[in-house]
Ligand binder design. Structure first.
Ligand code: SER
Length: 618
């Protein structure tokens, strides 16, 4: 079964169960203050999981493009990829555990036609200290599902020492069976939603050969073992809690958040424990074989290089298409890192001519039907890859020679490799690890700090995923951002468009198109405009309407609708004056009088043709 067929089957299956199919959101979250990338299907859904009404209803399904920076260096094994598609189905206060587990089992066994004998599941053991009970209900529902296909599923409380114990349903603790964007219960900030989850695993085979040849051979194998015998293929999150000052409380709605990797389910379907053997990678693998004269799967080092190239250039293709061009900052830094890491490993395979754009072309063909916009952006993707590859090729070989001369790597050396040879620090670290030497990363950071203010480092400390929070203060600043955009357009003209924003409880950061520095008089005028609207205490009204209507009303916003045809439009205004009108997911205050005093603290360049404002409410 082709991956595209699997995607289609999944979406159609949930459509038959009353779900609306919505398109994937961008890999680069729009107006999301807290994260560089969409790294889980639930990320664009956060406001709705917290109780906002979704324009598409209470049952939604999608296949969301995801990119996980934390997995870059994991890539090379049989199952990690930085880019993947996450199949998702969502109940926003509608159905819950019983339906979810039954439907998921039906989908996997009847639609994807996976043999139930090879499916194992985990459920939450509970955590008394925070008042979350053991999920016996989910275990019971799973027992019934397995029973229907003649499997007597034994429930086992997992322990490291005892391994599988003939079980099929395992209780694990919160490190494995609790989902929130911030991980386990203690780490969750106030306002963060989360809940127990139930994961599903595919068993590639009962012969333990994989396990016995792995670094985990000294302890018994189990479903969450990383030896490669089992592959997690999906996670049913029963999202019904929210962290509050007092601990955990129930969310207004009981929600379902299901996420399952399309490529992983396809790998289970193939029943060979190597994600890079699914159809998506086939043409690309042949291309690399032709370029290198090497064969995939013959030598473990070479196989790792193949996988890195296949993964990284797929991710880079999608990232560039969504606007993350290779650069030294923010999202672009990751695109750069991926492309350069791919080039370095291609060099190890003996490829010493330009190849990145050829690989991208193959991917554009592979995804011609599922993601036709890649074809539309082909020229740009190719141009960016060629540019980046030429840049790195000019210096990489000399950089590698330079590296070979070093016995240990001081911060200054690492900085020199970065500055003169274009080696991202992560590449230097990886090369050092291969050679068994240390890098003084702290000193490197200091050197770097001396030379430039790399805003990417700020992202490392960012809270991962969705909106920062829906606190009152963040909401106020969000409304203030709308008023500011309206003010900027009044003062600077209607060539001003928003390029991104980042809003926390403390301040708003806002990027917009404008080629020059604003004068202090202009800044002052924008402040006067915004504070004027605040003084008028205008109502903020939300309406849902078809995208065409929003366009007619001159609402600002992104017109490639992410959410299907019905959009939410927030209007600030009264009978005499419309101060601002934007397509937006919310949330916003109800009237502007509550905002306080608006002040612009800083106006600076963000990138070429883009300015950045930092502003607060006093
Ligand atoms: N939020 C869960 C995950 O990302 C399920 O969608 O794994």
């Amino acid at each position: 079964m082709q991956s595209s067929e699997l995607r289609e089957k999944y979406l159609k299956f949930f459509e038959r169960k009353g779900h609306k199919i919505i398109p994937s959101a961008s890999l680069i979250p729009e107006n999301d203050p807290t994260t560089l990338f969409t790294s889980a299907g639930m990320q664009p859904m956060i406001p709705y999981l917290l109780g906002e009404k979704h324009p598409a209803g209470v049952r939604i399904t999608d296949s969301q493009k995801c990119f996980r920076t934390q997995d870059i260096e994991e890539v090379g094994d049989s199952r990690h990829t930085t880019f993947f598609e996450m199949l998702g189905n969502w109940s926003l206060g509608d159905y819950f555990k019983k339906e979810q587990i039954a439907w998921m089992f039906e989908f996997l066994t009847k639609e994807a036609k996976l043999n139930p004998e090879n499916i194992y599941v985990t459920v939450f053991r509970g955590k008394e200290a925070v008042g979350i009970p053991i999920d016996e209900e989910a275990a019971q529902i799973w027992i019934e599902q397995f029973d229907k296909v003649g499997i007597n599923a034994k429930v086992v409380d997992f322990s490291e020492k005892n391994g599988m114990q003939g079980g099929r349903i395992f209780y694990y603790d919160e490190t494995k069976n609790w989902w929130s964007r911030a991980g386990i219960t203690e780490n969750m900030p106030v306002g963060e939603p989360g809940g127990p989850d139930s994961e599903m695993f595919w068993d590639f085979g009962v012969d333990l050969e994989i396990h016995e040849n792995s670094e985990f051979k000294d302890s018994p194998c189990h479903v969450n073992c990383d030896c490669g015998r089992f592959l997690e293929i999906g996670n049913n999150v029963f999202m019904e809690y929210i962290k509050t000052e007092k601990g955990f409380e129930k969310l207004k709605n009981k929600n379902i958040d299901f996420g399952g990797g399309l490529e992983r389910i396809a790998t289970a379907k193939l029943n060979i424990p190597d994600i890079f053997l699914i159809d998506i990678f086939e043409a690309i693998k042949s291309k690399i074989e032709n370029l290198s004269g090497k064969i995939y799967g013959q030598d473990s080092k070479e196989t790792k290089a193949f996988r890195i190239i296949m993964d990284h250039l797929r991710a880079a293709t999608f990232l560039i298409a969504d606007g993350a061009f290779p650069s030294n900052k923010d999202q672009g830094y990751f695109t750069r890192r991926l492309v350069r890491r791919a080039i370095r490993f291609a060099y190890n395979l003996g490829i010493n001519k330009e190849f990145c754009s050829d690989i991208a072309k193959e991917y554009i063909l592979v995804y011609a039907n599922s993601y036709p916009y890649l074809k539309e952006k082909e020229k740009q993707i190719i141009a960016e890859l060629i540019k980046e590859e030429e840049k790195f090729n000019l210096t990489m070989q000399n950089g590698l020679k330079e590296f070979e001369k070093l016995q240990n790597i001081s911060g200054k050396d690492a900085f020199n490799l970065y500055q003169s040879y274009g080696f991202p620090i992560e590449i230097t670290k990886e090369l050092a690890k291969e050679k068994g030497i240390e890098v003084d990363v702290e000193e490197f950071e200091k050197e770097l700090g001396k030379h430039q203010d790399l805003s990417r480092t700020a992202s490392a400390g960012m809270f991962k995923g969705g909106l920062a929070d829906h606190s009152e203060q963040t909401t106020k600043l969000h409304t203030a951002a709308h008023l500011m955009l309206a003010g900027l357009r009044k003062v600077l003209g209607d060539t001003i468009f928003q390029k991104g924003s980042n809003i926390t409880a403390e301040r708003l950061r806002f990027d917009f198109t404008y080629p020059e520095k604003m004068t202090s008089a202009q800044i002052n005028d924008v402040e006067i405009f915004v504070n004027g609207i605040i003084e008028k205490d205008m109502p903020v009204v939300c309406e849902e309407m078809p995208i065409e209507k929003a366009k007619e009303l001159n609402a600002m916003g992104v017109f490639e609708s992410k959410y299907g045809q019905i959009v939410k439009v927030y209007t600030v205004g009264n009978d005499h004056e419309i101060a601002s009108r934007e397509i937006c997911g919310g949330p916003h205050v109800e009237h502007t009088g509550v905002l306080g005093k608006f002040k612009i603290q800083k106006e600076e360049s963000s990138s070429s043709g883009v300015r950045r404002i930092k502003a607060v409410l006093e």
